[in-house]
Design a protein around this ligand. Sequence first.
Ligand SMILES: CC(C)(COP(=O)(O)OP(=O)(O)OC[C@H]1O[C@@H](n2cnc3c(N)ncnc32)[C@H](O)[C@@H]1OP(=O)(O)O)[C@@H](O)C(=O)NCCC(=O)NCCS
Length: 239
Amino acid sequence: MAVVDTGPRNIVLDDLTTHNIKQLAKINTAVFPIHYTEKFYKDGLESSIHFQKLAYFNDIVVGGICVRLEDSSSLEVGKSQQTIKQDDVQKAPLKRIYIMTLGVLTPYRRYGIGRKLLEWVVDLAKNTVGCNGIFLHVQTNNFPAKEFYETQGFTTRGEIHKNYYTRIEPADAYLLGYDIEPLTKEEKDQRDKEIRRQQQEVIEAEKLKNAQEKAKDCSDQPCCASKPPTKRGKGRRKR
Ligand SMILES: CC(C)(COP(=O)(O)OP(=O)(O)OC[C@H]1O[C@@H](n2cnc3c(N)ncnc32)[C@H](O)[C@@H]1OP(=O)(O)O)[C@@H](O)C(=O)NCCC(=O)NCCS
């Protein structure tokens, strides 16, 4: 594996937009044996049940993730995208997150980028009302990916899924999963309220600090500390 550099490693995640969508497509083309159409990415951006992130290593896009919500009561995990109706998924009392793609360019692997992308998904799952797990398929020969997910707490679910893939070999896949304690609507409201309260506290503290600094600047300037009366003013009072 090529060594990227030995300098500082700044790993940042950012949103996918219409402007950088092609970068994710290029990464996935380089990383996965499956070709995803431009429609796949565009549909994802416009959908309320799809979520994506790009990973930057020192300002260069080197990885990305695409996930979607599914109805947990549907037995077919990771079923074809066309058959999923957004409204049905949104209304489902229990939902799961399905990882469609998570990939990092080869020279940038083992720098913690995959872990960071996965932490983002876990956070997303924990903050989504009714989300009870995260799932994905890996090809049975993809040992590095299986090991990666296992080190992050994922476990194999059920038997090997025979002929899961239609156009690549081997066609068989493992289903891996990570359980999440579902968040209730009340807990989510409470959490959001607490976040807003903390944000307000930060704003107030910032305002106070600015006001104190302004007052200090002012008192450092003798000219505005006590303004002497003007001659005109004095004259008028005498009269
Ligand atoms: C799987 C993949 C996303 C991992 O990304 P990454 O950025 O290299 O992973 P990280 O550096 O965050 O690794 C976190 C931990 O996972 C484990 N791990 C990652 N890659 C591993 C490998 N090739 N072999 C064994 N363990 C591995 C290690 O414990 C690692 O921690 P360490 O480096 O401190 O030992 C990357 O290898 C990849 O893009 N593979 C091709 C695409 C793919 O198969 N995706 C999965 C299916 S969606």
